[in-house]
Design a protein around this ligand. Structure first.
Ligand SMILES: Cc1cc2nc3c(=O)[nH]c(=O)nc-3n(C[C@H](O)[C@H](O)[C@H](O)COP(=O)(O)O)c2cc1C
Length: 212
């Protein structure tokens, strides 16, 4: 079953970066489960999934976030605040684990993917920064989450206006091998949020899209 094309467009028109969430409204469990799967199912280059997603619903943690987010209130008022973190590196142990996990997931004998492992290692070695590359993967998950949220009528706000270091500290990430990259607040818009009715500003199709 697929979503009608015009529904996809109307839901993407409906979504906007929410400035004020209704703090009384929470995302119900089945809807949240679907959004979690949107995160887990995100594609990544080579399938390496160099991320961890922290889902923050604890009020005492969320209440500390505006001070670490240029006083933006979305992390506190939203239902679920997702903090996207990226791995600092792609070391041999990570690659080994990924290969072993893939082999066992697909019922392959250990060592079957040795050639792929070798190719991965050489590709990873040529990267100028593992962390930068991993951040790029994280943004794919961010986009997928926001699009999925729009499809199920959940509001969101992507948030780079946060102190990554401050979030790392708050969430105890030091020494974990992962660092905060970006956040996404999810929940339901407050009726007082004037941005909901602001005209969407997007370049005309012909300005950004070329048909070849
Ligand atoms: C990576 C990223 C980071 C953003 N950070 C913030 C933010 O910290 N606070 C905020 O209110 N909006 C933030 N935005 C929202 C953008 O300003 C918004 O998406 C853009 O102006 C287009 O408007 P629309 O999403 O409402 O259509 C961010 C958007 C992206 C993609």
């Amino acid at each position: 079953m697929s979503i009608p094309a015009d529904t996809v467009v109307s839901q993407l028109q409906w979504r906007y970066a929410v400035k004020k969430f209704d703090s009384t409204k929470k995302i119900d469990a089945p809807t949240w489960q679907a959004l979690e799967q949107a995160l887990i199912l995100s594609p990544s280059s080579y399938g390496l999934q160099p991320w961890r997603f922290l889902v923050v619903t604890a009020a005492d943690v969320k209440s500390q976030m505006p001070a670490l987010s240029w006083n933006q209130t979305q992390p506190q008022d939203c239902s679920h605040m997702v903090v996207f973190t990226a791995r600092e590196n792609l070391d041999a142990a990570y690659l080994d684990n990924y290969i072993a996990y893939t082999e066992s997931s697909r019922g392959l004998a250990p060592g079957t993917l040795a050639g792929f492992r070798k190719m991965l290692a050489s590709s990873v070695e040529s990267m100028h920064s593992h962390f930068d590359w991993n951040c790029r993967q994280v943004y794919i998950a961010l986009g997928q989450l926001m699009a999925a949220a729009a499809m199920v009528g959940v509001d969101s706000c992507p948030m780079e206006g946060i102190s990554a270091e401050g979030y790392d500290k708050l969430l105890g990430l030091s020494g974990s091998g992962y660092r905060t990259v970006v956040g996404c607040a999810l929940g339901y818009r407050d009726p007082s949020d004037a941005y909901a009715s602001a005209k969407k500003v997007r370049f005309a199709t012909e300005m950004v899209l070329q048909r070849v």
